[in-house]
Design a protein around this ligand. Structure first.
Ligand code: 7RM
Length: 674
């Protein structure tokens, strides 16, 4: 598989080029039982012993863990089944359980008045607290509403909603009746929403009149209407609309239903479906290097175990903790670390509707202070943005309840890591840089708070059940020695890994299991240091990571190509100090068309409209031609190097059909005449 580990801007920050790595021991406070509850794992020996058992005797390890953490309606017999070679991985076969029962019922039965969800609304004064008892009743009501509308086990339900408790209620209601939820991030455009709704064949879409974020309204219902206006393209029969802002929205007769009206008539009791461990729990669409987004399939038993076990061990969550993950529910981080992980453990989860800077850059820190948050989880982009705005915002609040602070979504640069550790964690919290993907279901590489010494910029060591390897991209052979880059692969199956791509199992196999036979291929490059610590270097494929949002070059290019004047478009990820990577688009126009002033803005708008605002290119360059091989393939590597200021080290360009295009592109990007 010809992946190149030098094609990503993140690789520029290779830690092996920075010898001055500082090792941070576990803060002593965490191990002092007078100050903190004792972490689940308190020594590296204990971690190593457990990790060894988890990969050498996974049946024993995960069998015990699954019985311990989850409640089963019917016990499993076969812990682990299948292989990467056959693409038929399965866990806990014969076992039956329900994700909603595990996340809600069992806590509502034991402790109905305990707070399950703290909703921190867009306006700081707007806080809602929902107990497990209330959550149970509302989930049952919604489950009954869905059943009344004909939703059955195995049916797909699309959810296009803002960050409000009803989104979690709708999601859990699906899980309760065995419907497969497919949450679509509310930042996606109508077109992207339609693609997803059509692909999963949902008959029901759940949405809200509008969303609220950063003081602004988001027209969710209007976007749903636009998406569904192409009647022939989908199978949606009903849209359930939750009233969030109360703005006037058109309701289509016989199709649209008000959430509050349906709920008012629904009984607050609804039995749950006993699901097979391998029944799908949800689909989540994600971008790959080619083609349309893939509906990643996660199943009930393995996924739930992964989400809950990582929250327990990596965030060291206890039942009385207040756990706050700032991700959006539309991304996998929201699924595992706002919803399923913390609720399965019976903790309190904070659901945040706003942005890090609304109404001021102190928002996160006020939230931690106000709700006495014990674990806090956000993305490097947010950390960098807040770091830039100055320390004063983080200094005015009491953050002493924090024990673990986490980072996810992209490599975190040591400067941001240090700031997070010192200013937010005050040097007394565990900092967990957690590496994982939509496809892995839960965190696969991360420190553990009570035992792992950390190194800023490294996700450190594998979680239980994960056996990572680095492979030489040209030979596919395992790289053993330290300080060499390779592609990151996983050598054996783990419970929460994705099982398939919806309606396209061969694509699943082709994308993840075939590139390096016998391994799961992550798509990331990585380096391992002398202590076995893993340093993620970013994607080796055509996936761009902007502020933790995963985008494919192909998707953005096809959006640009919809503009009638565009002849050809090539998109690459450039380095960006704030967002990690940013999008640079190179566009050529059709003959006889002149790119007039403002054409770049027009093209940016096309991308915003087609995919969503977060996919907008930072720069659009109008070029006469692209650098192509003789067979007509655009050499994105050359564009990447030019954008990243490495145009004096372009390497071998002899395979280019026409080498004279290079100077003109350098001029378009840097304005330097060569
Ligand atoms: C959870 C999530 C996955 C891609 C992945 C990486 C990058 C995520 C880290 C990271 C370095 C990290 N799911 N990534 N976490 N890179 N360090 N701690 O982000 O499917 O949306 O993206 O994100 O490239 O392949 S995702």
């Amino acid at each position: 598989m010809p992946h190149s580990t030098d094609n990503n801007s993140a690789a520029q920050q290779q830690p092996d080029k920075k010898p001055e790595v500082v090792v941070h021991p576990v803060p002593s406070r965490l191990l002092d039982s007078q100050q903190c509850p004792t972490p689940h794992i308190t020594s590296m020996d204990e971690y190593r012993r457990m990790w060894k058992e988890s990969v050498e005797e996974p049946e024993k390890f995960f069998g015990n863990l699954a019985r311990d953490i989850l409640s089963w309606d019917k016990p499993f017999e076969t812990v682990k089944h299948g292989s990467f070679d056959n693409g038929d991985v399965a866990w806990f076969l014969e076992g039956e359980l329900n994700a909603c029962y595990n996340a809600v019922d069992r806590h509502a039965l034991k402790n109905p008045d305990k707070i399950a969800i703290i909703h921190e609304g867009d306006e700081p004064s707007n806080v809602r607290r929902i107990t497990y008892g209330e959550l149970y009743r509302d989930v049952c009501r919604m489950a009954n509403v869905l059943k009344k509308l004909g939703v059955r086990r195995g049916d797909n339900v699309a959810i296009y909603m803002p960050m409000i408790p009803e989104t979690l209620i709708a999601t859990l209601a699906c899980a309760r009746i065995g419907a497969i939820h497919s949450i679509v991030f509310a930042g996606f455009s109508a077109e992207s929403l339609l693609d997803r709704v059509a692909d999963c064949g949902a008959h029901i879409v759940i949405t809200s009149d509008e969303g609220r974020r950063g003081g602004r309204n988001i027209a969710t219902k209007c976007i749903v209407d636009t998406a569904l206006s192409r009647q022939e393209a989908h199978q949606v029969e009903h849209v359930i609309v939750y009233k969030r802002t109360g703005s006037e929205v058109p309701m289509m007769e016989n199709r649209d239903l008000w959430w509050h009206e349906e709920m008012a008539n629904a009984r607050p009791i609804c039995s749950y479906e006993k699901m097979s461990a391998e029944d799908p729990l949800f689909l989540l669409y994600t971008s790959g290097s080619t083609g349309a987004p893939k509906g990643i399939v996660h199943t009930t038993g393995g996924y739930l175990l992964g989400a809950a076990a990582t929250v327990k061990y990596i965030f060291d969550v206890r039942e009385d903790d207040i756990y706050a993950c700032m991700a959006d529910i539309g991304w996998v981080t929201g699924h595992s670390y706002i919803l399923y992980g913390p609720l399965t453990l019976g903790a309190t989860t904070v659901l945040f509707e706003s942005t890090p800077t609304y109404p001021t850059p102190a928002r996160f820190w006020e939230l931690i202070d106000k709700h006495k948050v014990t674990q806090f989880y956000t993305a490097p982009t947010a950390i960098r943005a807040l770091q830039r705005l100055g320390d004063k915002w983080v200094e005015q609040n009491d953050l002493s309840t924090l024990r673990v602070i986490g980072s996810v979504g992209e490599p975190i640069n040591p400067e941001a890591w240090n700031w997070y550790n010192e200013k937010v964690g005050k040097g007394r919290c565990a900092v967990v840089d957690t590496y994982w993907q939509t496809e892995t279901g839960s965190i696969i590489i991360s420190p553990l708070p009570g035992c792992t010494p950390t190194k800023p910029g490294s996700a450190t060591l594998p979680f239980f059940g994960i056996k990572p390897v680095l492979l030489d991209p040209s030979t596919g052979k395992v790289i053993e020695g330290p300080h060499q880059s390779g592609v990151l692969a996983i050598s054996q199956a783990w419970p929460s890994m994705a099982r398939s791509v919806y309606n396209n199992h061969s694509r699943f196999i082709e994308t993840y299991l075939r590139p390096y036979p016998g391994y799961y291929f992550t798509g990331d490059g990585a380096m391992r240091d002398e202590d076995g610590y893993i340093w993620i270097q970013g994607r080796v494929d055509d996936v761009i990571n902007v502020s933790g949002h995963r985008l494919s070059t192909a998707e953005i290019e096809s959006a640009l190509n919809t503009h009638e004047s565009v002849a050809e478009a090539a998109v690459i990820g450039g380095h960006d100090d704030l967002t990690g990577q940013c999008i640079h688009a190179f566009v050529s126009v059709k003959p006889h068309i002149k790119a007039t002033e403002g054409f770049d803005k027009e093209l940016t708008l096309v991308v915003r409209k087609t995919i969503g605002p977060f996919a907008a290119p930072k720069r659009v360059y109008i070029v006469n031609a692209h650098p192509k091989t003789r067979s007509g393939k655009i050499m994105r590597r050359i564009l990447r190097k030019i954008v990243n200021g490495e145009h004096d080290q372009l390497g071998d360009i002899s395979t280019l059909a026409d080498q004279t295009v290079v100077p003109s592109i350098i001029e378009a990007v840097h304005g330097i005449k060569q």
